[in-house]
Every structure is written in C-alpha cells, then in structure tokens.
Ligand binder design. Structure first.
Ligand code: NAD
Length: 497
C-alpha cells in the first residue's frame, strides 16, 4: 500500500494511526496517510524555530527569488501535479490545473514582497524625532486546509506567510494529501531552507495540537463552518491570531432582462463544475418573476441533459466523482431531504453509474425547483452537483434571500441593467459579489473572504490582507540628541506639541 508521508525537516516519523486515501474514480483505497500527534508537531515546531530567524533575516528580495523559482518549478511540474490532484480529489484535469494556477497567482503576488513590506516613515514627527512603522513576521504560522482545493488554498496561505519571513506548518486535508507534500518538496528545491515549510498530516488530534501549541503565533483555517468556528474559538482562546473561513451557499440572482443563454451556460459550470465541491459554487439560482423562472428551468433541464460526467482523466468530461463514499452518501441524503421537505425534484442524479467505473463516487447533476427558504436543504450547504431554484417575485425578495442566509461567501447577479446591478452590489449582505460573473473569486492581489458564518476572524486571505495577517507592526520612535538641549526628567507624557 502506497504511503503519503509527512514532510518534516527531521525526516520520516513513526505512526500508529492512518487514514485511507481513495481513488474516487474507481471507488477503492489507493494509499494511506499517517495521522500525526502532538509529539510529531513538537518536532516540526522545533525545526521551524531553528530555521525561522535566519529566514526572517534574509533580505526580502532574496526571499522573493525563492518564490520566483518555486513558480517556475510548479509550472514545470504542472502536468504531474494536476494528475496527482485529480487522482485523489476527482476533479477533471483541466480543473486541477485551474486549482494550481489560482494558487500560483498568489505566489506571483508574493514575488512582490519587498514592495509589500515597505513601511511608513515620518521625518520630523517632533523636534528631531522620526517615526518608523514596519511589518515584521510573526514567527511560526500554521495552515489547516480543506480537501476541495489541495493546491490553491495551501498556496494562498504559505505563499504569503513564507514570503513575509515566517516558517509555516501545513496540515492539509487527509483526503487528498499528496499535492501539498509535493508543493513542499518543490519549495525546498526552489531554495527555501529546511524547516521553513513542513507538512504534518492528521485529523482533529493534530488540529488541536496546532491550536494549543504555544510557539505557533497564527493559524489560518479553511473548511466547513462548524469546524471553522471551533478552530477560531480555540485558537483565539490560546492567544493566537486566527482567520477561519467556513462553508457557503452562494446564490445567483437572475433578473428578467438577463441573457438567459449566457446565464444557463454560466450556471451549469458554476453549479456542477468540480461536482459542486467548491465554496464558490453557485448551488442556488433565484429567478425574478414567474416567466424568468419557467424559461430558466426549461433551458436548464436541456443543458443538464448535455452534461458529461466522467472519470477525472476524461478530457471531455464536465465533472468527475465526489471525493469519497461518505460524501456521496451525504449529498444523496440531502437530495432525499429536499424531496421530503416538499421541493420538486426535476432531475435526480442519484443512482448514477458510469460504465466500467460502477464503484466510483459519481453523482449525476440534480435540479430542484420550488425550493423555499424554510427548508433545511436550502439552509445548509450540500457541496455536491445539486442546483436549487428558489423563485422570487421581486428584486427586493431576491436581495433578501442571500442577505439573510446564514452563509455570506459569494453571490452573483445576472442582468443588463447597470442600476439594478449597482444597487444589488451595494445592498447585499455577502462578502464577494459577481455582476454577470458566476464565480467571483477575487484575483490574488485583491483578497478572498466571505461574511457571516462563511468566515470567522478579521483579515481575508491573500492580497495585502494576507500580508497584514502574517505580520505584526513594529513602530520605532527615534531621536539623536546632539547634547545641546537642556536635560532633566520629564514627568509629563511626551507630546509632539
Ligand atoms: P472540513 O471542515 O471537513 O475539513 C477542513 C480541515 O479541518 C481538514 O484539514 C480536516 O482534517 C480538519 N478537520 C476535520 N474535522 C475536524 C474536527 N472535528 N476538528 C478539527 N479539525 C477537523 O472541510 P472539507 O470537507 O475538507 O472541505 C469542504 C468545506 O470547506 C466546505 O464547507 C466548503 O464550503 C469549505 N470551504 C470554504 C472555503 C472558503 O474560503 N470559505 C474554501 C474552500 C472550502
């Protein structure tokens, strides 16, 4: 049985507990991953503590050169990485390349770290006094990442954290851990010193060890909301800086004047791409007015009939299997809940079998109509290839739906009316808004983060928000007396007056 080891500066470590890694196309176990504990984390932290001061003292231009070299290495190994990613996650190869590419764009941003870390300076803040504020690394940061973007999300975190001069310990999802390990190998090859990026595998035991470890200053988490909230609370109670991104239920509002052909094409990709396993997927569509809803539904049914579900290496497949059998059962359970709650199941993707891959974790595209806000299947995240139509009578009703939902990650509006779009963007209570853009994931030099139960903590991921998260401010107030002034103690708080 293939084993996916930790990536530690101290080398291989013994394990007593393991987790299975599946091949979701075939539906069989393909490897096992050791689950680390607090002792293993201690060893990783000790190595990080040894490496970090030297790395922080390396000038930022040299740290940026490591990022440039890493980018080139990831590009050189793109095919291997994409294949590895698809084989554990199940998303199609082109989509895996997109996952890697979106992470690389954060590395490109991190290549500008010398500029990003330049501080602020006030010459002559008082008589002969200058003030200098600069951002310095925190020390050791940790990242805990979900299964659905095993390349992009680790790079969101370690790209910025390491460029800022921190050492980083990554605890990736135990469901698809190979790509994060391979990225750590490539960063080492690019010139990052040993101990600057380590990968520890594990489950709750390792997460708790990270949250409690006194030498880890900051934790970035991305995953489901209940766990994000737990990670946030426990990490903050231990005195750490924590950002914890959670789940989502993104809505797409379709105004009567929208270009429906474009909407249906956008929706098919956004709802069913990556089998719906994206936190920026669009699993709820809100047509405004009955005729918009009826027309949209009819066109969506036709578009679904043309979708091709296939193995992740099939270049013609639109999407592949979900990540494992437990997740498949969970998604199918939510479909049943929707039926039980009275929604109309227009297309049922359950029981889908791919010839030659009957044990694979495939789910066909599923469409519900007449979903209402009181249904649990609407309130909760399904994270599968399931699209729900929630009909709204007016623009006001449509704005209210995503605004009052427990999640507030992304939202989109489809319209030709600039005024409606502008009003919507201004009023909707959601963190990332798309106008005729179904998946409004901000570019790397802006920042990623939702609202409400989609994110706990302050700073967003990447962009200057990421730089702020992974650094703290040191402010130096200085004067260089020439000895001519009269001395004497001052018992009054110094002012610059
Ligand atoms: P998950 O919450 O199950 O796991 C995320 C991480 O937490 C993993 O590393 C896992 O090992 C760890 N973990 C699991 N159970 C734990 C526990 N009881 N205690 C402590 N740690 C635990 O999430 P997932 O299924 O891997 O990923 C899918 C979820 O992530 C979805 O809810 C999706 O919306 C969300 N997500 C959010 C964003 C975002 O930026 N908001 C991005 C991607 C995914």
């Amino acid at each position: 049985m293939k084993q996916i080891d930790h990536f530690l500066a101290t080398g291989a470590a013994a394990a007593t507990r393991y987790s299975d890694v599946f091949d979701p196309n075939a539906g069989v176990v393909q490897a096992r991953v050791p689950l680390g504990d607090a002792a293993l984390l201690d060893a990783a932290v000790a190595a990080a503590q040894k490496a970090q001061p030297g790395w922080a003292a390396t000038n930022p231009q040299r740290r940026a050169r490591v990022m440039f070299a890493f980018k080139a290495l990831v590009e050189k190994n793109m095919d291997e990485l994409a294949y590895m990613l698809s084989s554990e996650h199940g998303k199609v190869i082109a989509d895996s390349k997109g996952d890697i590419q979106r992470g690389l764009e954060v590395i490109e941003f991190a290549c500008g770290i010398p500029h990003l870390l330049k501080g602020e300076y006030t010459l002559g803040a008082g008589p002969g006094i200058d003030v200098l504020s600069t951002r310095v690394p925190l020390g050791i940061g940790a990242g805990i990442t979900p299964f659905n973007f095993p390349a992009m999300i680790p790079m969101w975190m370690f790209g910025v954290a390491i460029a800022c001069g921190n050492a980083f310990i990554l605890k990736p999802s135990e469901r698809d851990p190979s790509v994060p390990v391979r990225l750590a190998e490539l960063l080492r090859e690019a010139g990052a010193p040993e101990g600057i990026l380590q990968v520890v595998h594990g489950d709750k035991e390792m997460v708790d060890a990270i949250l409690d470890h006194p030498a880890i200053s900051a934790v970035s988490f991305v995953g489901s909301s209940d766990i994000a909230h737990y990670v946030y609370s426990r990490g903050v109670a231990a005195g750490k800086r924590v950002q914890a991104m959670g789940g989502a239920k993104n809505h797409g509002i379709v105004m009567p004047d929208a270009d429906l052909d474009q909407v249906v094409s956008d929706l098919a990709g956004a709802a069913f791409g990556s089998a719906g396993e994206r936190c920026m997927a669009l699993p709820v569509v809100v047509p405004v007015g009955k005729s918009t809803a009826d027309e949209l539904r009819a066109r969506m049914v036709k578009a679904i009939a043309k979708l091709r579900v296939g193995v992740s290496t099939d270049p013609d497949a639109d999407y592949g299997p979900v990540v494992n059998a437990a997740h498949k059962a969970r998604v199918e359970g939510w479909i049943q809940t929707g039926v039980d709650e009275g929604a109309e199941l227009v297309v049922d993707g359950r029981g889908f079998e791919l010839q030659g891959h009957e044990k694979g974790f495939f789910i066909g595209p599923t469409l519900f109509d007449h979903v209402t806000p009181d249904m649990r299947a609407y309130k909760e995240e399904i994270f599968g290839p399931v699209l729900q139509i929630v009909r709204a009578e007016t623009f006001e009703d449509a704005v209210a739906l995503p605004s009052t939902h427990q999640y507030g990650n992304g939202v989109a509006i489809f319209t030709r009316n600039g005024h409606a779009a502008r009003e919507f963007a201004a009023r909707v209570n959601v963190g990332m808004v798309g106008i005729n853009v179904p998946i409004p994931v901000p570019v790397a030099y802006h920042s990623f983060g939702g609202w409400k139960r989609s994110a706990f903590g302050d700073h967003n991921q990447h962009g200057t928000e990421g730089v702020r998260f992974w650094t703290k401010v040191k402010t130096v107030t200085q004067k260089w007396p020439d000895g001519s002034a009269e001395g004497g103690n001052s018992f009054v708080i110094p002012t610059m007056g």
